[in-house]
Write a protein that binds this ligand. Structure first.
Ligand code: ADP
Ligand code: MG
Length: 267
């Protein structure tokens, strides 16, 4: 039963009326400093269940730091992040159990896939299900096979990651993140380390995930993904949100001069 929730959970909530529920993610007045360097400066936005937001902006603008704050890999210095009703105030430590719960709610995919090289593809996807979600090996392997099929890699289950292309490895990393049935998926430039062609197969999986109703925050340099897949775009520069709005509007008719310059530079 537990296995049937999660991945498809979002899909059931999409059609028709959206309940006036609180947003799945609320980021308020977020501040993060490294020493005297203010890396996130009063950042805030909401994300409803089923929404996909793309975060774009120049290198060093704080995009990765923002994602890492959302699942508390970094501790914010100020402001507040609420995910699925769990509230995390900046500037204080949180009990281990709360962090563990948060990290089961939030799946993350990085630029580097970081698969375990000594484990088969199947074990890479199933191991956390046993250790973190308490599933039996049989349950975990079954769920893993479903997810590998979902990302088009069922036939790789018994191979080792080294036998897979970069695009395949990233799709395995996505399957692994989905295996704990997250309510929110974070992606930090998941295609930047890949050749364009291999990036496309990863983007196709992400697009399908978005269409299935998954809530996603995607840091990306893929402007077509931002324009065509995400519902909203958040533009960051120097630790601030300089512009946000519906994707088509921001991408086609940016209001901030800084956004315009950025889009010209990357296109
Ligand atoms: P982006 O992902 O938009 O390229 P980052 O969030 O990685 O930006 O970085 C934002 C700023 O924070 C950069 O100036 C970066 O050098 C700095 N920074 C990031 N991580 C650390 C860290 N662990 N210690 C000190 N400075 C950091
Ligand atoms: Mg980054």
């Amino acid at each position: 039963r537990q296995m049937e929730q999660g991945f498809w959970q979002g899909a059931e909530t999409v059609p028709g009326a959206r309940l006036p529920a609180p947003p799945l993610v609320r980021i308020e007045h977020l501040v993060k400093r490294y020493g005297n360097h203010v890396v996130l400066d009063d950042v805030g936005f909401d994300l409803d269940s089923g929404e996909v937001v793309a975060i774009i902006g120049p290198s060093g603008s704080g995009k990765s730091t923002l994602l890492r704050c959302v699942n508390q890999l970094e501790r914010p210095d100020g402001g507040c992040i609420t995910v699925g009703g769990q509230r995390f105030e900046g500037g204080r430590d949180h009990p281990r159990a709360e962090l563990d719960k948060l990290r089961r709610t939030v799946g993350m995919v990085f630029q580097s896939f970081n698969l375990f090289p000594h484990l088969t593809v199947l074990r890479n996807v199933s191991i956390a299900q046993e250790r973190v979600a308490g599933r039996s090996r049989k349950e975990a392997d079954e769920r893993s096979m479903q997810l590998l099929a979902r990302v088009g890699l069922a036939e790789k289950a018994n191979q080792y990651p080294s036998r897979c292309s970069g695009g395949q490895q990233q799709r395995i990393a996505i399957a692994r993140a989905l295996a704990l049935d997250p309510q929110l998926m974070l992606f930090d430039e998941p295609t930047s380390a890949l050749d364009p062609e291999l990036g496309l197969e990863v983007l196709a999986v992400m697009r399908e995930l978005a269409e299935s109703g998954m809530t996603m925050i995607v840091v990306t340099h893929e402007m077509r993904f931002a324009e065509n897949v995400s519902d909203r775009v958040v533009v960051m520069a120097d630790g601030k949100i300089i512009e946000t709005g519906p994707s088509a509007e921001v991408m086609r008719n940016p209001q901030a001069e800084r956004t315009n310059r950025f889009l010209h530079a990357v296109r």
